[in-house]
Design a protein around this ligand. Structure first.
Ligand SMILES: [Zn+2]
Length: 136
């Protein structure tokens, strides 16, 4: 179950067995972009995570594996970026609740005022029930 590092210079993904990019020789960043690839219990999990240290990627891999084994793994919570959350979960769910022009305005405001500050921030857990309640 490997973890791959992403070379910031040439974009090659390579096994973390290497400490340098095999293609261009750039040292593996201490904090950077990594891909987790897990195949376990007939589940395949692939995750590309930015702005993370190798130690944290390894921790995350362990957590995901544990959750798969315990049968409680879901795609959503484990430390996704705010931007990913908005695009994959929030906006699609709001599509059904808002007028198209309101949604368009919200996306505009998000891009302008929120995304520059929060896009890269990780959210650990998100309670959809609470979200629904607050909206009510
Ligand atoms: Zn490279």
């Amino acid at each position: 179950m490997p973890i791959y590092a992403w070379c910031p210079n040439c974009g090659t993904e390579y096994s973390i067995k290497h400490t340098r990019c095999p293609k261009c020789g750039t040292p593996r960043p201490r904090v950077g972009r990594f891909r987790i690839f897990i195949q376990l219990e007939k589940k395949t999990v692939k995750k590309l995570i930015s702005n993370i240290s190798l130690a944290d990627v390894k921790k995350l891999e362990t957590i995901i594996k544990q959750r798969i084994i315990e049968g409680i793994y879901t795609e959503k919570p484990v430390g996704i970026e705010f931007n990913t959350f908005v695009k994959q979960y929030y906006l699609p769910s709001e599509k059904n609740n808002k007028k198209p022009e309101s949604l368009r305005r919200e996306i505009e405001l998000y891009r302008k005022y929120i995304s520059p500050f929060l896009a890269d921030k990780k959210i650990k857990r998100y309670n959809t029930k609470r979200h629904r309640k607050n909206k009510g």
